[in-house]
Structures are given as C-alpha cells and as structure tokens.
Write a protein that binds this ligand. Structure first.
Ligand code: ZN
Ligand code: FE
Length: 293
C-alpha cells in the first residue's frame, strides 16, 4: 500500500515532493473567446518485470482511467484496486510483448477500448481505435497528439498530452537514451525522435523502461565535457543508490544531455570529432557505439 501511495508523488530535483497531478488551470479561454474545460491527467507509474514502466492515467473530467503499455495484467488490476480507479481504455505504443502482454486479459475483464497504432493493427490483437501520425485522440476531455515514430519497430507511435505536459513514447526515447533500432533505419529513428524536439521543455518523458543509469554511463563517454550531463549522471547515480526511479524525465534536460537528441548540435558534433557530418550520420555513429557499448 505504501509503495502505491509513494508512486503518486514525484520527488522534485530539489528533494521536495509534490502531488503528482499534472496539468493547468481548470478553465481557459479559447481563441473564440469561449470558456472551455481543460483536462488534466493524474499519472500513476507501475514498475513491472525487470525494468518496465506501465502508466495508469486518470482523466479529470470523467474520473476514468487508461493504461499505457500494459506489459502484464495482474499489476494493473492490483494498482486499480488500490487506487480505486476504473479502467476504460488501453493506449498501446508498439507490438512488443513487454508493452501489450496484458492487453488480452485486461480487455476481457474490463471490456475496455484498445487504442493502438494503425500501422501495427495486424500485430496488436484487439485494437478498437487505430491512430497514426497527426491524429488527435481524445481520452474524454484530454487531448493527445499522436506521432508515428518508426525505428524501434515500424509501427511504433507516441502519445503527447499537451495540457498535462506528458509524452508517452514507449521505447522510442528513453532518459538519456533511445530505443534500439530493430525494424527501421537509423535515419528513420532520428526523424522519429526529432518529432519530440519542438515540444515544450517542461514536457515530461514517460518512457517505458528504467534504463537511465546504463544510458548515462554511455552518454558521458560520448560527451565528457558536458557539465549538464555530468550533473545529471551524478543525480541518477544518487537516485538509483537510494532505490529511486529516474523516470519520467524532463524534455528540456534531455535536450541538453541525451546524446541521441543532440546529433544536430554543433558542440556535440565537435565532441565526436564529426564536424561537417549530417545529423543522421552523427546519430548513426552514436547509435552504433551504444549498440556495442
Ligand atoms: Zn520495445
Ligand atoms: Fe520495451
């Protein structure tokens, strides 16, 4: 029980905690001058398997919840029981078993609606609503923009909830890393993670794995003189030593430190001795080094 309660708060970098309720003021004025309700997501993180993260999100206007990338059904039901939340939707990012393994049982027991990538409809059983690049998907009042992010798998998608500043990116972008490129090309993967670059700095990256410490060990070999990265890596070591999670992370910090997001940064090219190379060439070099690290 205590573990579940502590899941609902996020330690801030200054060591304080605050309620894990993301979002903004309840009402806003639209361009048309009308009042429109804004929707917030309350996000609950469930660690599963060795290093997976599954996310329960409760939408404020409806009080109903969705689960993102349920690797397994039992920990999802346990968390729902503890929180007293009702599940009505699954949001899937890609077809790997550690992201959709729980979908059949969850769908059977709850009758929920499964949202997933149009491009992977044949590899994800039970999709009810197919979404793809540029689509807006509404979970009740919470609006998500959908990105196609091929590379890790060819059908991978990401969900960005702007009002809640939350990006659910599966195995595309990790804290200080990115997913292995199993089905696409390095160029595709670079283009995919580049879609996240325009998002606001304060966007929280809810990736699907706790890989951060090993990613940090690699990142400091690529850009040893990056002071932000050195500080971030030290903070990660401190958190892991204390048994804390390092996910989610803030996109602004990732932009300054994550080697896979920095392939188009001149300082980063210089650190690699690759001045004059294209971002794709630099991304590819870093991805290959990481694969062999
Ligand atoms: Zn995967
Ligand atoms: Fe995975």
């Amino acid at each position: 029980m205590e573990a579940f309660l502590s899941n609902r708060i996020r330690p801030d970098t200054d060591g304080t905690t605050r309620p894990f309720l993301l979002g903004c003021a309840r009402r806003t004025v639209t361009n048309a001058g009308e009042n429109a309700a804004m929707s917030t997501l309350e996000i609950h993180q469930i660690p599963t398997r060795v290093d997976n993260y599954v996310y329960l999100v409760r939408e404020s206007s409806s009080g109903q919840a969705a689960v993102v990338d349920p690797s397994d059904a039992p920990p999802v039901f346990e968390a729902l029981d503890t929180l007293g939340w009702t599940l009505t939707h699954v949001l899937a990012t890609h077809h790997h078993n550690d992201h959709i393994g729980g979908v059949p049982e969850i769908k059977e027991r709850t009758g929920c609606t499964v949202v997933g990538p149009r491009a992977d409809r044949d590899r994800i059983p039970g999709i009810d609503i197919e979404v793809g690049d540029g689509d807006t998907y509404r979970l009740y009042e919470a609006e998500a923009r959908v990105f196609d992010v091929p590379g890790h798998t060819r059908g991978h998608i990401a969900y960005w909830f702007p009002e809640s500043k939350a990006l659910f990116c599966g195995d595309t972008l990790f804290a200080l890393g990115c997913g292995r490129v199993f089905e696409g090309t390095h160029e595709q993967m670079w283009n995919s993670i580049s879609k996240f670059k325009p998002l606001p700095d304060e966007t929280m990256v809810y990736c699907a794995h706790e890989y951060t410490q090993s990613n940090a060990r690699f990142a400091v070999t690529v850009e040893p003189d990056n002071a932000d990265l050195a500080a971030y890596a030290a903070e990660i070591d401190r958190k892991r030593a204390a048994g804390q999670r390092t996910v989610p992370s803030e996109l602004g910090l990732e932009r300054r430190t994550n080697p896979f997001l920095r392939a188009d940064v001149p300082d980063f090219a210089a650190a690699l001795g690759m001045e004059g190379s294209t971002p794709v060439e630099i991304f590819s070099e870093v991805r290959t080094r990481k694969d062999n690290f």
